[in-house]
Design a protein around this ligand. Structure first.
Ligand SMILES: [Zn+2]
Ligand SMILES: [Zn+2]
Length: 377
């Protein structure tokens, strides 16, 4: 007699609002492959999310092994993203996994368009701020989690209401902006990575993050408990609190892309990409707006060494503005928009430091449209 094997997902499908087919066709980006990332990827694999991409720039250190469920001793020295994806593959053969060993900024906000959700286990405010701005721009949800000692927090930011930037004060934002300009001068000043954490706190916090993620992926945002709110755990006393965030009406991160233009097939320069667009959609492009500052770094004024560099601040190599020969600061120019009569507009596109896929805003007489440009980062 033929014995029917029950579905792998039978027990979870008995949850009344569960929708396995939606879950199995969804795509999630996991930002950070540390303690939280390990737990999140494990959970996302178990429940059968269709595609899981993992991005993290770090390599595995010996001290990661005490709190990263899927790493093994022989993984030491490997990129965290690749090791995590490699180990997670055997949890559920129905899941597709991909690893990116870089900073999330190097993927670019255009790259994030393909995901249903971004879920983060980051230790950097700067990366959080970037993910927040990118998701808000695209009208996407993202979930943030953090751990320190036995304390943890989880919060969900959506297309409307309070965003991560709304939760930061002016002092925080000023400090972040200062650090951003420093990174161009002094390499490896960032990333402390020595926060006290442990496996149990990571497991609880990542579990809560994925619990909220599942609700979104089965298209039930009405079930979310943490949108625009923060859930805090104090692991010594086991006290938990839930606090509502207040939306800041002056927040700079609330612009949403409403109209998209297709980029030309081959890009030679910004000016060429824009003129190709003119023939398609009628209106000439008056100016190009960037999602981050565009930097041009000139050869050293003191010793004349170093090549000119151009590109988006978020993907410029750390320390690029310091002369490798004599240590002097190289001349740096920074701007957030460009007229098409600017010499930079005709600079060869292949020379730009640019994320894999990042959008630009194009001001036309009819308003702003956005276009995704691909780079080599
Ligand atoms: Zn905001
Ligand atoms: Zn020099």
């Amino acid at each position: 007699m033929l014995e029917l094997r029950e579905s792998r997902y039978d027990r979870q499908e008995r949850i009344w609002w569960w929708d396995q087919s939606k879950l199995s066709s969804s795509r999630v980006l996991v930002v950070g492959a540390g303690a939280l990332g390990n737990e999140m990827v494990k959970n996302l694999c178990l429940v059968g999310v269709g595609q899981i991409d993992v991005v993290d720039m770090d390599l595995i250190e010996h001290s990661n092994l005490a709190r990263c469920a899927l790493f093994r001793e022989e993984d030491e020295g490997q990129p965290k993203s690749h090791a995590l994806v490699g180990r997670a593959a055997s949890i559920n053969p129905e899941v597709t996994l991909r690893a990116f060993a870089c900073r999330v900024q190097e993927l670019g906000s255009g790259w994030l368009r393909q995901y249903d959700l971004v879920i983060a286990g980051l230790d950097s405010r700067e990366a959080r701020l970037w993910v927040n701005a990118a998701c808000r721009r695209l009208g996407k949800y993202w979930i943030d989690g953090a751990i320190e000692g036995l304390q943890g927090l989880v919060r969900v930011f959506g297309p409307g209401g309070a965003c991560y930037e709304c939760t930061l004060g002016e002092v925080d934002l000023a400090a972040l902006s200062h650090r951003r300009s420093c990174a161009i001068l002094s390499p490896a000043e960032i990333a402390s990575g020595h926060t006290p954490t442990n496996a149990t706190t990571a497991s609880v916090v990542a579990g809560i993050e994925v619990q909220e993620a599942i609700k979104l992926l089965v298209d039930r945002p009405d079930l979310l408990a943490l949108q625009g709110r923060v859930w805090r755990l104090e692991g010594e006393s086991m006290m938990t609190t839930l606090i509502e965030y207040i939306e800041d009406p002056m927040c700079m991160a609330h612009d949403r892309v409403t109209e998209w233009a297709d980029p030309p097939e081959a890009i030679e320069s910004l000016a060429q990409a824009c003129s190709a667009l003119r023939t398609k959609s009628g209106g000439p492009v008056e100016a190009v707006y960037f999602t981050d500052d565009v930097l041009t770094i000139e050869p050293c004024a003191l010793c004349g060494r170093g090549e000119s560099l151009v590109g988006l601040r978020s993907v410029m190599p750390d320390g690029a503005a310091r002369c490798a020969n004599c240590g002097a600061d190289r001349p740096v120019d920074s701007r957030s928009s460009l007229g098409l009569d600017d010499p930079l507009a005709v600079a060869p596109w292949a020379e730009w430091h640019w994320p894999r896929s990042e959008l630009v805003g194009l001001r036309m007489s009819t308003g702003i449209v956005h276009m995704v440009l691909e780079g080599e980062a």
